[in-house]
Design a protein around this ligand. Sequence first.
Ligand SMILES: [Zn+2]
Length: 505
Amino acid sequence: MASRFQSALRFPTGRSYPALKPSKPHSGRILGQRRFSISPRWQIRTKEMNEDLLKSLKINQGRLMQDIHHTCQWGTGERWGDAPTETGMTRLALSDTDKEARDWFKSTTEALGCKTTVDSMGNIFAVRPGLRNDKPPTFVGSHLDTQPTGGRYDGILGVTAGVEMLKTLADNWIETEYPVGVVNWTNEEGARFPLSMVASGVWAGSIPQETAHNTREVYPGTATMLSELKRIGYLGETTASYESIPMAAHFELHIEQGPLLEMSNKKIGVVKGVQAYKWFTTTVKGRDTHTGTTDLKSRADALLVAAKMILHSHRLATANSALASTGILNLKPGSTNTVPGDVTFSLDIRAPQDSTVEKMKKLVVADFPKIAAGEDVLGSNDACTFGLPCSVSITEDFDSPATTFHPDCIDSVSKAANSVLGPNSHNLVMDMVSGAGHDSVYANKRCPTSMIFVPCREGVSHNPREFCKEEDCALGAQVLMQSVLRFDRMRDERRISWKQEPYTL
Ligand SMILES: [Zn+2]
């Protein structure tokens, strides 16, 4: 018996576990609920895993990379290097190639003993039973769809790392206290159907399913999410909702998509939340006049005023540790020899705290009319000619409050990162706030959630050259698995209601 115990605990490194006593036989009631009834009784329960055991349990880096690149055969994009894997990805949501990646996810997880459920948004939930299957699973989630000119890691790493977790648990006969699952969320990117994170939004009850189903693909196509879900056979019968598929927690591994980890030589980002943002449209009205016959004093130059406003928003962002960006600028009439009298521009304001975004909004709303009227605001008129006033209107289009992830999930990730990275971890782990939205934002509305970031080359994503080193993919997957196991162990000691919004922290 002892020798079988030892061999069951042998890891890919060839090392054996430190001496651990086999579990005492469980009560008949619990045994009756065991899914893996053919497993020997001395398989490891997560509760029996001490720190050394958690640390010794390793995911398989080669196998993870193989899965990432295997799934990238469906929707391979632009080539940027000579190696077979040096291409981007073009796997738009609910396309034929997305269907193939979905089929792989479903069949792979089913072969690992998971039960899969497809919901009415095409989200695929794969669940590996635990000892107590009357309770919701702890999930790992991300997305298999990509941008039209995306890379091999955004979303794909999160899902394949979840699959690798399932494989590692199976290899080592780990039995979790509660079920664990992996979810592939539909259309996270919002690239083909222009509503990002839409399917986790429906699951969380934040976006009406009808709105999502009727969302039409971007021009020139005419398909809707509903028609494409039907066409590729992924319109499930289970209602997309946290009520039909509850989660005890949601962990997501993702590339950072920014340069902070790489710049500071860190390996793991413990993501504590997602920053707040608001979108505005500003319209400046002046007067169209001839550029040759109208002197500078007699102009109501709407574009010049808009330019001062955009520069001012940058100065305000600098002063308040926020971000301000203009990505859309329209001007009329659009003629070389006419001073534009009508300009609209977008303004995207972001900061980790809602209060900072609110402060920025107040400043913008107070200062833009002054700039339009010709007043000098923080040197906006330096070396300029005083012209005629313009009028301005500002509308708020979108508001996404800051997301704060759950302390228990953050704690699981933080402990896992420190365990995986060892004694030098304080130099390699960094607390972060995500600059971009993720499915975890919606998951967090209905269950405790947190994220793990790994560095990506030059912080570049949504680009074929997006790249994450193999060792960093593996470290992220290792931290992800250990976070799930740590959370699984602590579930009995905590009381969380996953159906409330907001749940109590
Ligand atoms: Zn993503």
